[in-house]
Ligand binder design. Sequence first.
Ligand code: A3P
Length: 329
Amino acid sequence: MAARFSRLKAQEKKRNVPENCREIISSLPKGQGWASEHVYLYQGFWFDPVILEGVIWAQQSFRAIDTDIFLASSPKCGTTWLKALMFAIANRKRYDSSSQSHPLLTTSPHDCIPTLEILLDHDDPIAYLESLPSSPRLISTHLSYTSLPNSILNADSGSRIVYITRNPKDALVSLWVFSKAIRSENWNHLPPLPIEEAFDLFCEGVSFAGPFWDHVLGYWKASLETPNKVLFLKYEDMKMDTQCWVKRLADFMGHSFSLEEERQGVVQEIIKLCSFQNLTSLEVNKRAGNKEFFRRGEVGDSKNHLTPEMIKRLEEITEQKLATSGLKF
Ligand code: A3P
């Protein structure tokens, strides 16, 4: 079984789950799961129970440091791509992006940047965090803005957040395909979730870390209020003009490209290293547990899976939810 997905499954391994965790979870509203059987509504967002244990652990035990940079996202919005880019940008002095021994050539982007809510899988998550390079520590999360640990949200915290999102139609289709793969691998006693059912659940807000729109709006508002703390990115913009957005990303991370680096083509090298084409050609990303994070890597594939009626309904919901926000997809 793919190691990464076993994290979603009830663990045989003893985890340092906070004492009150199971009690909290059993008291929460329960909804239909996409991969596992049920999801639970916690602080306004839906999570698989094992992930939720990690969320509660993070809120109780994680301490951000000022140099931390977080990558936040709803699942399937480009996390893997951004993990690769952020790792390559932050570590380019240590690892030459054109080198044949770059870690991204042999390591999944998900193993280069850990995910906050699955840190509990480590025997000693705090010791593991302390072992990460601190210049900066890069950590990803699917938590909503308001549920982030206080040490990240505190006004005096110097930590920063990069948020990546995507148009909800493609996010829904990508999540549906991904959840089907996880379900068939780990919960094969459950029937595959038909797209019609996934669509209705998504529209009702019952999706991994959903409601999708509330998740996006939380970070969007934070990026308007505190632009130095939250950088808001869209997958479609990144695809359209990767170079421009990679440079913006590096500036935000405090790792701007020098003119000399630009002249030497370092930006293009990093883009190439982290491209869908390159990452999918690597053996490490063809392995079970990693390959599921790569599918088409395109904008607009949802039209091949959703009916025109579904597309219309999703566009209407999106327009209504984002109406006064100034955000458009
Ligand atoms: P599709 O399912 O539409 O192909 P996440 O990393 O948040 O789970 O998002 C996964 C989505 O990002 C998938 O979308 C996947 O194919 C796409 N993706 C993964 N790596 C990418 C890359 N290097 N460049 C562009 N898209 C990528």
